[in-house]
Write a protein that binds this ligand. Structure first.
Ligand code: KG4
Ligand code: ZN
Length: 331
């Protein structure tokens, strides 16, 4: 069976071909136009998707070396995300479905992220813990089986990726902030500034990142420019460390509380090399199996959407044409 996946929930226009449960092509067009605004501008994102989606889908089909008529079904993200951005992918998928006379299915973006590890790390055993950590989400789920998820932790304010993005902006770095902070942190001292590791009252598993951004703002407020620029690698590294430590602290607590040793990390922040390094240390210390997706499947991509779709389509689950884009869709 051949499935075409389409993803357009935020600022990546992506299309992928999955054949017999394997990703054959995965084209990702990242909209760099947003970097000059320091964040994603929804209206600009929709227009960019509209401009590029035909080319991206065509390229995914060509790279997979198949004919368009060989596609059996389409999987497309219908939430969560930016409404106008989602509509581009969803309507394109509906149009293709009618034109080719094949079924389509709407996929939850978060479930897509979850599949970025189910596919490439088949060693994951159920039940496992899944941390989805991106620009819009920081959630920990207990996964008992595909489709059977329980939310264990959430952020009460900013997502971890958002903390990277906002921190980078305060430091005068580019967007997206995560890769920028990671790059600048190279060789920096992670203990140069003692940033807080915020906890949340009444829920020891939940996350809070907004105080961290405020702490950074106050720390650099009275620094003179030359001191700041000479120590930027130390400041960025300390800030990155605080985010990474918060994530690993909750993983540790939850794995102990639920006695689950298989952990899956997914989403854009899973690309962070310091996070991967410290997760490795934690795995050895606590005897955990922590799985990260390949780099290409960390940030938003249609490969993970096509894989999630493949699973559902194999079980004859499809969507109707009245399916609407849902910006606040939860798992
Ligand atoms: O999953 P994703 O591509 O889009 C959302 O669904 O949000 O995640 C994007 C987020 C951004 O906040 C970006 O700064 C962060 O992931 N990110 C990183 C890294 N690469 C991307 N954060 C830390 N380190 C990275 N290397
Ligand atoms: Zn995402």
């Amino acid at each position: 069976m051949i499935v075409l996946g389409i993803e357009s929930s935020c600022d990546e226009t992506s299309a992928s071909i999955v054949k017999d449960n394997r990703i054959i092509s995965n084209i990702i067009y990242s909209q760099e136009v947003h970097s000059k605004f320091g964040g994603v501008v929804p209206e600009v994102a929709s227009r960019e998707h509209q401009k590029n989606i035909t080319f991206v889908v065509d390229k995914a089909i060509k790279e997979a070396n198949i004919d368009i008529n060989m596609i059996d079904a389409i999987a497309v993200t219908y939430g969560a995300g930016l409404k106008g951005a989602l509509l581009v992918g969803l309507n394109f998928a509906k149009g293709m479905s009618i034109a080719l006379d094949i079924p389509y299915i709407g996929i939850n973006h978060l479930e897509g992220h979850l599949f970025s590890n189910i596919t490439d790390n088949s060693n994951l055993n159920y039940p496992f813990i899944s941390l989805i950590v991106s620009g819009g989400h920081t959630q920990i789920w207990k996964v008992d089986s595909i489709g059977n998820y329980t939310l264990l932790a959430n952020t009460v304010d900013d997502a971890a990726g958002e903390a990277f993005d906002k921190g980078a902006r305060l430091l005068g770095l580019g967007y997206p902030g995560g890769p920028e902070i990671q790059k600048v942190s190279d060789g920096g001292d992670p203990n140069f500034i003692e940033f807080p590791r915020p906890t949340v009252k009444n829920n020891k598993f939940n996350f809070s990142f907004s105080g961290l951004k405020t702490a950074l703002m106050y720390k650099i407020k009275n620094m003179d420019d030359s001191y700041k620029s000479n120590n930027i690698h130390h400041i960025a590294s300390s800030y990155q460390e605080a985010i990474v430590d918060s994530l690993l602290d909750r993983i540790k607590k939850i794995s102990i509380e639920y006695k689950i040793s298989d952990i899956s990390i997914a989403g854009g922040v899973a690309a962070n090399t310091r996070f991967r390094f410290k997760a490795d240390q934690l795995s050895s210390k606590l005897n955990l199996n922590i799985y990260f997706p390949p780099m290409k499947l960390c940030t938003d991509n249609a490969g993970m959407i096509a894989m999630a779709g493949y699973e559902k389509i194999s079980n004859n689950v499809f969507s109707n044409f009245d399916l609407e884009a849902n910006p606040n869709l939860s798992l």
